[in-house]
Design a protein around this ligand. Structure first.
Ligand code: 4NP
Length: 164
């Protein structure tokens, strides 16, 4: 089992969107028994809240239902549980690094490292903007999700090869 945690600030816009988009991709490829996916925020503002309605609408337009997701904060156990802890922006990455035990920092990456064809290094916070911000977030997430899945497949095949 490979475990992936997407992280943003509030866990109501970007990281739950990444969770939902990546889960759909993983399910389409029949890998949902192999890859566990979750999301969390670095801050506690929206614990227990559903995703932002604008994020839900944008996802729905792409055939994705986020309505059952619930906001939570990153906790200490996450640094031992998840193989990939993926920050949406540099500020999230900084906060995760501050929180993590030194020996687990290697699990933290920026999500857009997996979208090398993109100039952007961060998924921008859409909270205070309009609808186009949410569409842009999904476009970036879709690109990085493809790259992330390819990376995970390499990791899985290495484990299988080692086991033989
Ligand atoms: P997210 O967006 O980090 O993508 O979930 C935000 C959500 C809430 C706030 C900021 C960003 N806020 O300030 O409450």
């Amino acid at each position: 089992m490979i475990k992936v945690l997407f992280v943003c600030l509030g866990n109501i816009c970007r990281s739950p969107s990444a969770e939902a988009v990546f889960r759909k991709l993983v399910e389409e490829q029949g890998l949902d028994e192999t890859i566990k996916i979750d999301s969390a925020g670095t801050h506690a503002y929206h614990i227990g809240s559903p995703p932002d309605s604008r994020a839900q609408e944008a996802a729905r337009r792409r055939g994705i239902d986020m309505s059952s997701q619930v906001g939570r904060r990153v906790d200490d156990g996450d640094f031992y549980t998840f193989d990939y802890i993926l920050a949406m922006d540099k500020s999230n990455e900084y906060h995760l690094r501050e929180m993590a035990p030194a020996e687990e920092i290697h699990r933290i990456r920026r999500f857009l490292e997996f979208a090398p064809g993109r100039r952007e290094q961060e998924v921008p916070d859409p909270y205070y903007g309009g609808h186009t911000g949410f569409e842009n977030v999904l476009d970036l997430i879709e690109d990085a999700s493809e790259g992330l899945l390819a990376d995970i497949k390499v990791r899985i095949s290495r484990v299988i090869t080692k086991g033989q």
